[in-house]
Design a binder for this molecule. Sequence first.
Ligand code: LAN
Length: 732
Amino acid sequence: MSRPTRISPLLSERLGLPRTERENWRLDTDTVGRLQWRYLDADSDKEELKRRPQRTYEKYLLGLDNDLPELPRAENAYDAALNGLRFFKELQLDEGFWACRYGGPMFLLIGMVAVHYYTKTPFPEPWRIEVIRYLTNTAHPVDGGWGLHSEDKSTVFGTSVNYVVLRLLGVEPDHPVTALARKTLHKMGGTVGAPQWAKLWLAALNLYEYEGINPIPPDAWLLPDWFPAHPSKWWIHTRQVYLPMGYIYSERLKATLDPLLTSLREELYTCPYKDIDFAKHRTTVSPIDVYYPHTTVLNVMNSAIVLAQNYLRPNWLKRKCRETVVNLIRKENTDTKYLSVGPVSFALNALVMFAEEGPDSVAFKRHLDRTTDFMVMSSDGMLMMGTNGVQAWDTSFALQTMCTIGAAELPEFQETVKKGHKFLKNSQFTENCSPGSYRDPRLGCWPFSTKDQGYTVSDCTSEAMKAVLMVQNLPYIEAGIPDEKIYPAVDVLLSLQNRGSFSFGSFSSYEQIRGPPILEWINPAEVFGNIMVEYPYVECSDSVVIGLSYFRDHSDYRHAEVVQAIDDAVKFIKSEQDSNGGWYGSWGICYTYAGMFAIEALSYQGENYENSEWIRKGCHFLAKRQEEDGGWGESYRSCETVTYVSHEQTQVVNTAWACIALMLADYPDVEVITRGIKLLMSRQKANGEWLQEGIEGVFNRSCMIEYPNYKFYFLIKALGMYAKKYGNPKLC
Ligand code: LAN
């Protein structure tokens, strides 16, 4: 059942669920962007509540009234841009970055809650109340289930794991939310049809049997490094998730059965637990959930591994696997300050460290300390984020926007620019990773979220480098990053370019492509596509072209190689354009997102509508998709179906992306752009803000993810560019 738009007010309110006092939440941070929501107790923290009043950004993020003033009505795009920026500036934290609620994926909370339950670590009461609220508010408005992401139909995956979360947090089975969800789960066939990642968490909670999970042998790590299928060749997220999963699977970790778990065993299935032959359900996955079905190769391989495991796995081999996995997890913990690359591996690693080193170990305690980095409070309740934030990425675009539209020169925004610059300066990596971690150099690069998280991404380094260079042109920026400290970032970018035959010249996300794409045949996750290896990504390639082009015009360092790298990447970008002129976006929704980045990259080479057939086709693709009201609206279904699908309503973010692309291209029919710009202005509120519309981002083709700050800086950029380019006419 597709998801109708949510009925307001929030379901949690209609059901009268308990809630915490929103006025008592505070967001703590540090100079490298750590985000920690803290609940102050009305009695024991009375003093602090008085001493530390809530800041505007806290009120905004919590959905409270934010006393920001009404601004003079904008009659032209420039004033609208500045009004938007005046609002957005108030959301900046003192340390220079922007916070947000990076939600969307609905399969993350289970990890956090399972670890607390398994290890008997109390789940903080304010979190418990607010997680229950969040899940209540994101349940499907009709059938009460959950999907892979917050806008998805209900699936066995989302419904099983979030049902378990609610029950472990104390919601009774006859509560209206759990009762309806369970009914839907049973209608879908019950938890036997859950995909592998759900089965693994449920097995660790003693709610599913390990024989019913397709094998996750950590033994793969013992293959020689040169072997093409060695896990070090997999995409970083896949290898970091399957590493601890391999431990949990191989060691058959199981929570102690208690009355709650015993009851859950009966609630999740359509027949009594003891009657289920789990081994028979190893390959059962609900068709509603499947995005990437098992291949025959994988099924045959799995059956062979099951046999080998049962008869041919001596204890010494099991011990060796355990040592290898633990050793690699320790390196990951050191290199990411216990955050790990993402939320799934974070929770899995915490469980492994508990099992391996015990409840009082430093490692387990450090993991527990990091749980706050992922748990974010919002108006709908508390959720676990897709990463520990979007700090460096958002700050880079915010700074670029202010420079592009000339706002950075205005006195009222100089403090904002200075603080943002300082944050990017603090976020640059100053050391490389542990030897033997299979990680590439990262010195001089930037992360997507924070320096502590420790991972660089090709486009994050490139966009941050561009932001830093742009800002450092401003006369009032004093302590800039010297060129010698930018060079290592350029070295890394150059080293990340793919050289393989089908991907020549392109850039992937975290690393070069290390393994053959045929490894996708053994993608075991069922719900995600394109996860086994790195792929050439058009947006990553665009961003690197943009960053390196900016650098090329700034410095002579490795000039010939930089020029060559840009050239090769541009060829790749052109070759990726579909015959209808669209570019498929892998990280944003979808063709409008990638179209903007691709056209920007080409425009940096002096290409435009007049002289480039690629840009011309790209513009026609976008212009054709403009809607009646002058806006663009693209549905997340574009990402799944790999073809443009219109949203039911136009979206400000898609509209801004399309307008930016058309302006960069010098699209001759200015009226098309003007209509888009007018739409952005018409949706702006009196205090300069825009309200949240549909979800903006995606990963692995099937899972959507929120980028709440896109509705600020991309809109401000579109409006400001329009004003600069077309003489800022009066528009209303
Ligand atoms: C992200 C977020 C940022 C994103 C961009 C920088 C925008 C992109 O251009 C490159 C890829 C990257 C870094 C990216 C990769 C996958 C991530 C980390 C995410 C979409 C955020 C969450 C997602 C991660 C895989 C979620 C955990 C789920 C698993 C399947 C392990």
